[in-house]
Design a protein around this ligand. Structure first.
Ligand SMILES: [Cu+2]
Length: 299
């Protein structure tokens, strides 16, 4: 069982292994979607771009839709497993970023996610493992037309500030899962959009997985879904719009359009993505947010 943690609880060696695995996937693991033109990391960017209705769109679009949480859960779980395989290291798991920039919560360190874009260099990231001059992290899949090969960030330039703990907790108290616009999913997805815009650069586009912080961001959302389930045990883990067709839980989630190859062999129904232990991972709830967790019955 893989255990995911807050990035601040990772050792220097664990952070290093995570970054190295990303660079292997980005520079050495062959692409399945466009062999010879990009690497495996870029396939994840392409899948996400398609999911936003760009490139070769996939239907249904898993954004502003109850599918958002289960669909992104599978996307980042597949990424995590491919990191493990690429680095021959089953100990690698996705860390999450709790959207705070204070002290050890800040993931944008020179030896981890690297820093903000440089305003004197067109917002290119110039410090950290993904810095443009290292040439280890060339963007291959763009939102629209071919763009800059450098990773870009522009912290806080667009939209609202990062969500505060109080804002996050206010959303965590919401039920049910889906109710437009006041439900937990609806409000949490909105909050998630703010974080994409706050980081800016590639993160503000349909090709947002170009920035590795995407995976720490979505890991946090996945973690919050697990916490929400524990906070509201009587609430259905997922729910749909009143006019949704019956049998939604048994529908297979779509990760590629018909005109592109499947990114992986397996498929999942929505119902198969509701339990992390069935996907062979769980969160370490002992350090983060423990104070606001209900007591667990088994210990
Ligand atoms: Cu997305």
């Amino acid at each position: 069982m893989d255990i995911r943690r807050n990035h601040r609880d990772l050792s220097a060696a664990q952070k290093d292994a995570f970054i190295r695995a990303i660079l292997i996937l980005k520079n050495h693991t062959p692409s399945i979607l466009r062999p010879g033109q990009q690497y495996r990391y870029d396939d994840f960017v392409q899948i996400h771009k398609n999911s936003m209705g760009r490139g070769n769109p996939i239907f249904p679009n898993p954004h502003r839709n109850p599918l958002f949480f289960p669909w992104h859960r599978i996307l980042i779980r597949q990424f995590e497993k491919e990191l493990q395989v690429a680095a021959h290291d089953p100990g690698i798991t996705l860390p999450y970023w709790n959207w705070s920039m204070s002290g050890a919560d800040d993931p944008f360190m020179d030896d981890f996610m690297g820093r903000d874009g440089d305003m004197r260099d067109d917002q290119r990231v110039t410090i950290g493992p993904f810095a443009s001059e290292r040439q280890l992290f060339s963007v291959k899949v763009w939102d629209r037309d071919e763009g800059d090969a450098a990773l870009r960030r522009n912290f806080g330039a667009i939209g609202s500030p990062l969500p505060t703990t109080q804002e996050i907790e206010a959303v965590m108290n919401r039920t049910p899962y889906w109710s437009d616009p006041e439900g937990w999913e609806n409000q949490m997805e909105e909050m998630h959009n703010r974080v994409h815009s706050w980081v800016g650069g590639n993160m503000g586009t349909a090709a947002s997985p170009n920035d590795p912080i995407f995976f720490l961001h979505h890991c946090h959302l996945d973690y919050l879904w697990e916490r929400w389930k524990r906070l509201h045990p009587a609430e259905p883990v997922i729910s749909f719009a009143q006019d949704a067709p019956p049998g939604m839980l048994d529908t297979t989630m779509i990760f590629h359009p018909d005109i592109e190859p499947a990114p992986w062999q397996r498929t999942w129904t929505i119902g198969q993505a509701l339990d992390t232990t069935a996907l062979d991972y769980r969160y370490d709830f002992s350090s983060d947010g423990a104070a606001i967790m209900p007591p667990e019955s088994d210990h």
